[in-house]
Design a protein around this ligand. Sequence first.
Ligand code: MN
Ligand code: MN
Length: 477
Amino acid sequence: MNEKRLSKTEWKRLEKDLCRSRRSVWSQITAKDRKKALLYSDKYKDFISTAKTERESVNIIASKAQERGFVPFEQAGPGSSRVLWTFRGKAAALAVTGKAPVSDGIRIIASHIDAPRLDLKQNPLYEDLEMAFLKTHYYGGIKKFHWVARPLAIHGLALKEDGSAIPIEFGEDPHDPVLTINDLLPHLAHKVQGKKKISEAIPAEKLNVLIGGFPLLGPEDLKDGVKLRILRILNERYGLVEEDLISAELEIVPAGASRDVGLDGAFVGGYGQDDRSCAYASLYSILELKEPQVTSVALFLDKEEIGSDGNTGAKSSFFEVVLYDLMRHGGLQIEADSLVRMLIVSKAISADVTAGIDPDYKEVHDERNDALIGHGVCLTKYTGSGGKYSANDAHAEYVNWLRRVWNDAKVVWQAGELGKVDEGGGGTVAKYLAQRGLDIVDAGPPLLNMHSPFEVAHKTDLFMTYRAFDAFYKADE
Ligand code: MN
Ligand code: MN
């Protein structure tokens, strides 16, 4: 074949016209947006430093929303355009009513506000060799070695028999002592740990939190003085007795605030960015949202990390309660099929993080199809594992709509999936919402260190996630 050789200019033009470029967010946004990205990250760091449990997240979301004119649904009049729901203190929703009737469909961004951690068992406190410890049961997918030999804090709630709820937070104030879980010294670890698989080296029953070491002074023949002193401190400080720990939800989380990472401060490092990075981005966009065309909802769900089961997760009736309330609020006559009919014309984003390619572990990634750090919010058409099992697989038409919305709004985005096909995978809330017939796709920032006590996100990816959610709510079509 007699093919004409292209000039360099022709080559470059063709490349520009036909290929999708992969450039970093930082290199293609304006100086003004670079500044905004840094300011956004500062506010975000404050959020993840204080919202370390689902209950704390709900409290912060509800108070920020009320400051910005959102009214709890029970108090909302027919004219209220900004409405707030909280559910059992662990899930929340915000809605801004649109110009179009809700029967034409709504926009939903669903994120989750639970994160992997260590929960206290129901009978946590014991003494051994004159030290007091708390027994734990881990929540969500953790690598147990991440949780030993590091400062830890306790956050949560205990209920006294009279019904009074006692919030507990300890280990965050720089003047507070912290808690920790001890690990075995390397000198003695050769057999007990060194020859085992990394997943078996630290059994869950050894994730015991050190909480005390001064025995109460009393008659010499009485035992468990360290435990008794800890109970006395808990009683003096919070009014608790040991049985109150049974009706408690106490979570062991990494102590301390989130931090900038890197000499240039390009990253945010901190606990719970899966998925509070998305929760914050959707909160930030819906708080700013005014008179959208389409009624817009931000859902903040619990229990995603353990399969979305339970009455505060994506499978629970909370979602339906919010939707029925919205339909009534929008003046829609409720008939047997009105919820389904509204949902099948609705659009949603399952707002969740994905894995960024770690240069040290490229072998688990498909570099052409996984998310690059610093390259913007990542759209994940399908989740699941092992041949799209348990996946939500978004429709091409919907992906096409969203890419048009994002391109029009100059959102820097990328498309990626979570790791090589046979390597593993993971799910999100997308498939549970998809069962109700709406269009839904996953999107969120790529993380490094996901599910560790110190997850790392690029500031521009966090910012572009906010921009992407904002554009989704504001799109008129
Ligand atoms: Mn997640
Ligand atoms: Mn997760």
